[in-house]
Design a protein around this ligand. Structure first.
Ligand code: NI
Length: 194
């Protein structure tokens, strides 16, 4: 099932997401929906708050780019309750975009290397190191779980220039071919009069 993507300005993108446990309802099915949604919208990463669930899960799949970057081979994963334990290495810019912020791409500076702990869908525990593009993708998605968006990380001057564009996005001024949810759009169920 393809889920709609919540866009900039929606409060769910600003909430710190909650941890989940093994009893989380239909976990594997939800993650399957996340993968379907990400692939439909040509994303390489997607965090649960972007599809309206404020829980600490994100997924990545950058295997489509492995021809260009061998470090992305097999980089298709689920991260549950992740914790970035360390960020090290050189701080370098990398061009980022986000399904929740259509039409905007910016160079964002981040550390090149991370150590992260997380669980997979069977709640096996991992403690791993990442660098290069995988590390960048993980850091971007991880931010979503804390209510942080990549546009928060641009320089103040750039931020001022982006302000109008961002407010336009929150009002629906963008063009994408995937389903979205705008801020303030509350789904109301109205029974049909008989
Ligand atoms: Ni994003």
């Amino acid at each position: 099932m393809i889920l709609p993507v919540y866009v900039f300005g929606h409060p769910i993108l600003r909430k710190a997401a909650g941890e989940i446990d093994k009893d989380f309802n239909n976990l594997k099915q939800f993650i399957e929906y996340m993968f379907e949604t990400m692939s439909e919208s040509d994303g390489i990463g997607l965090a649960a708050p972007q599809v309206g669930k404020s829980v600490r899960i994100f997924i990545v799949d950058a295997t489509s780019l492995e021809d260009k970057d061998p470090s992305l081979k097999n980089f298709k994963k689920v991260f549950i309750n992740p914790i970035i334990m360390e960020r090290t290495g050189e701080i370098t810019p990398f061009n980022e975009g986000c399904l929740s912020i259509p039409g905007i791409r910016e160079d964002i500076s981040r550390e090149s290397e991370i150590r992260i702990t997380y669980y997979d869908t069977d709640f096996n525990f991992y403690d791993e190191l990442y660098n290069g593009v995988p590390s960048r993708i993980i850091q971007h998605e991880y931010d979503h779980l804390d209510g942080i968006l990549f546009t928060d990380r641009v320089a103040p001057l750039k931020k001022r220039l982006l302000k109008n564009k961002l407010s336009g996005i929150s009002k629906g001024k963008f063009d994408v071919d995937y389903k979205t949810v705008l801020p303030g759009k509350i789904k109301v169920f109205r029974p049909q009069p008989s």
